[in-house]
Design a binder for this molecule. Structure first.
Ligand code: CMP
Length: 563
């Protein structure tokens, strides 16, 4: 009988056998045949052999049959042996057609996520080769192509790449490799990240760190005016059909959107008040409390602009803020050596800087000598830490990508923090220069080294160690190595952080083939997110003892970085 069968019929017969019933010859026939199947042709012989031993032949008779639905748990990966299927997503409908030799269903397995689309047969009598989850993970997880491209209507909308880092991200198919977003359209990236939000009835939802990266950087590629409608779109208010499954799915989808919104509000906090579109969408009405400013006080935008724009102009008045007739207050942050004058408009031209603005004539070395180095160091650190924590991470994004691109965005806290670095440097240099007596000057220098170190002996050696630490050669290698050993919270050396972010920004485009270069966004946020532990509660619990103990490590960096 076998000798009379055509090759196709023979193959089908072998495939129909239960995997455990297949002989060695059967397996050989299958894995040879797999060479002609697009989805697996690129795989090595040994992998195809393993697949041959586990493939299950699955047939479906009727066009329109639903193989699985979006939101379902994923149990298998499919190769189309014969026929074709439609890929359908909620909200968008038909997004792609897959044909013979193509595969689908790997996403849910790899990311341990629900099915990202519904798969429906396009024609009668379709045949599939099915690989169940455990087998797929065992055989293919580490050898499958590194890149998965999802298409909609013939255009790539999402590019995922296998990352083998053992990152702290949750999810992952029980192992170390998972697929992360490299690029995509803003809407598809959002859709994908929403799918990965895991709902937990105990309230311990896990949110992928990518969601945070997305929220921190969304304004670069998706203004709030686009993000809000997209979220609205992902929030199914009505669902056709009354089956329980669909109702469940809609409920879960809505809960995920709410989770993401919660994350959004948590991340931005009161900064959202500068985003009227978001406020409107969230229906948050900011309480019109008087004196409502950022904890550290914040400049209104226009004032800040003028301060930045005209600062350093020199002798007369640094800049002028014209009071409107009906204004009752002016709020401004003063820079180094700036003063606020109030006068009538006719006096403006005659204003001159005060004598003390020309710079000090006398140092405070004597007073400084009386103070305990440790106390000064901890006070300095305490103040730095306050400035640092008042700065929101997103300010770094605005700063590096160019603040003018983000209407209503502020970088005031960041700029003040950077200015603080300069201030301390100026202070040290000024004190040293104003100290004419060389003996005293040496004592003063020693004092500053002590402030930076708190270790009272062998001052010179310590000073050299700090000098080495801040040596910029080999891209600040010494500093990077030292910092790698610290655990957060710590205050980063801002100029270097900004340099690194700018480097990534300038070396990488925001878009790749018209898709958002999400990889760039993630690498930007990775640079700074860990400094504060990324968690508000930890910051609140942060104790003063810890502050003092790292005063010795980190303070020195801002004091001595100019040598
Ligand atoms: P999975 O999420 O497991 O189940 C649905 C599958 O459809 C998905 O894996 C992909 O393999 C496949 N697919 C193809 N195109 C798309 C698309 N544009 N969006 C989502 N899934 C798609």
């Amino acid at each position: 009988l076998l000798s009379q069968m055509g090759p196709d019929a023979l193959l089908t017969m072998i495939l129909r056998k239960h995997p455990s019933q297949r002989s060695a010859e059967d397996l050989e026939v299958i894995y040879e045949e797999l060479l002609h199947v697009k989805a697996v042709a690129h795989l090595s012989t040994s992998v195809r052999k393993e697949l041959a031993a586990v493939l299950v032949f699955e047939t479906h008779g009727k066009a329109g049959t639903v193989l699985f639905s979006q939101g379902d748990k994923g149990n298998s990966w499919y190769i189309i042996w014969k026929g074709s299927v439609n890929v359908i997503t909620h909200g968008k409908g038909l997004v792609a057609k897959l044909r013979e030799g193509e595969d689908f269903g790997q996403l849910a397995l790899l990311n341990d996520a629900p099915r990202a689309a519904t798969i429906i047969l396009r024609e009668d009598n379709c045949h599939f080769l099915r690989v169940d989850k455990q087998d797929y993970i065992r055989i293919l997880k580490d050898v499958e192509a590194n890149t998965v491209r999802l298409e909609e209507h013939g255009h790539t909308v999402l590019v995922l790449e296998k990352s083998t880092t053992d990152s702290t991200d949750q999810g992952g198919a029980g192992g170390s490799s998972k697929y992360t977003v490299m690029s995509g359209t803003p809407e598809k990236i959002l859709e994908h990240l929403l799918e990965k939000v895991k709902l937990d009835t105990n309230g311990n939802d896990t949110i992928d760190s990518c969601v945070g990266d997305f929220l921190l950087t969304h304004k670069i590629f998706m203004a709030s005016s686009q993000l809000c409608p997209a979220l609205q779109h992902q929030y199914p208010l009505m669902f056709t059909g009354s089956e329980l499954e669909k109702a469940d799915y809609s409920l879960a989808a809505r809960q995920k959107v709410v989770k993401l919104l919660g994350q959004w509000v948590l991340l931005y906090g009161r900064l959202l008040k500068d985003d009227p579109v978001a406020l409107d969408f969230l229906e948050v009405r900011p309480p019109p409390l008087p004196g409502q400013t950022h904890p550290m006080g914040q400049w209104p935008e226009q004032d800040q602009e003028r301060v930045m724009g005209e600062r350093g102009g020199g002798d007369a008045v640094g800049y002028r803020a014209q009071l409107k007739l009906d204004s009752s207050a002016v709020s401004v942050g003063l820079g180094l050596n700036e003063r606020l004058f109030m006068c009538t408009s006719s006096q403006v031209e005659r204003l001159r800087p005060l004598k003390e603005q020309q710079g000090p004539e006398q140092g405070t070395a004597d007073a400084l000598e009386q103070m305990c180095s440790k106390d000064v160091a901890s006070q300095l650190t305490h103040y730095d830490w306050e400035l640092f924590t008042a700065m929101h991470e997103v300010e770094l994004i605005y700063y590096v990508f160019g603040r003018s691109k983000f209407p209503g965005a502020t970088t005031a806290n960041l700029q003040r923090f950077v200015r603080r670095f300069n201030e301390v440097q100026y202070w040290v240099a000024t004190e040293v220069c104003l100290c004419q007596d060389l003996m005293k000057r040496a004592a003063l220098l020693k004092k500053f080294v002590k402030i930076a170190s708190r270790i009272p002996s062998k001052t010179k050696r310590i000073y050299c160690a700090y000098e080495r630490l801040m040596d910029p050669s080999r891209n600040h290698r010494a500093y990077r190595l030292a910092v790698a050993k610290l655990s957060p919270p710590y205050i980063p050396f801002m100029p270097l952080l900004l340099k690194d972010m700018t480097f990534i920004h300038e070396g990488n485009k925001n878009y790749k083939d018209k898709l958002v270069n999400f990889e760039k966004m993630v690498s930007q946020t990775k640079l700074f997110v860990h400094h504060k532990c990324g968690s508000c509660t930890k910051l609140i619990n942060f104790n003063v003892k810890a502050l003092v103990s790292f005063a010795s490590d980190i303070k020195c960096i801002s004091i001595f970085c100019s040598g």
